[in-house]
Design a protein around this ligand. Sequence first.
Ligand SMILES: Nc1nc2c(ncn2[C@@H]2O[C@H](COP(=O)(O)OP(=O)(O)OP(=O)(O)O)[C@@H](O)[C@H]2O)c(=O)[nH]1
Ligand SMILES: [Mg+2]
Length: 178
Amino acid sequence: MDNAELRKYILNFSLGDGPHGNQGYNRVLLQLFGYAGHGKSSFINSCKYIIDDREEFIEHAEPENIQSKGGKTMIRKAYDLTQNITIVDNRGFCTMKSFERAEMYAQLGNFIPIGEEVIWTDNYTSMMNKLEDAELNLNYPDFIVPILIYSADYDLKDPQREELKTFLENCVIMTGKI
Ligand SMILES: Nc1nc2c(ncn2[C@@H]2O[C@H](COP(=O)(O)OP(=O)(O)OP(=O)(O)O)[C@@H](O)[C@H]2O)c(=O)[nH]1
Ligand SMILES: [Mg+2]
């Protein structure tokens, strides 16, 4: 398949085309995860550029300014790639401490609404309050695919490798895929 054919295939992709129909799923939700500044927003802009096939490069998702420190993307935002495929820019994490990890799993399961600012909690009670207060949008019709964006500029140091391994294993348990 050349690039043009691949683009056409993606544009026409529909969950209903499989041998068993869409099995209740309406759209594919690509959920991007990763440490802050590893290129999630840039990846979305590149995907949009290819799929939309425009002359000019538009920054739909705001990439990090090189001078800025910490995470740039604070609000979970969804971008439609095609009629059936949506890509979500999740807030990047700095360390994978237990509450950031809990937040990520909540994002992954779509227990926190898209379009709201992500504020990392630092205790169990506020985490639980936040989940209770969220207008739970379980989005069962979404076929969720977690995608980890990890920059080749960063070493996969041992502690990171372990925490990422656990995260990826849990992604598979939660969604059945990665
Ligand atoms: N060389 C190179 N630089 C990249 C690439 N992708 C992103 N960058 C640069 O890396 C920096 C961070 O990119 P972002 O897309 O903002 O990263 P992010 O994961 O969305 O960051 P947060 O929103 O802070 O979590 C920017 O300066 C980008 O220009 C890439 O593929 N190659
Ligand atoms: Mg970003």
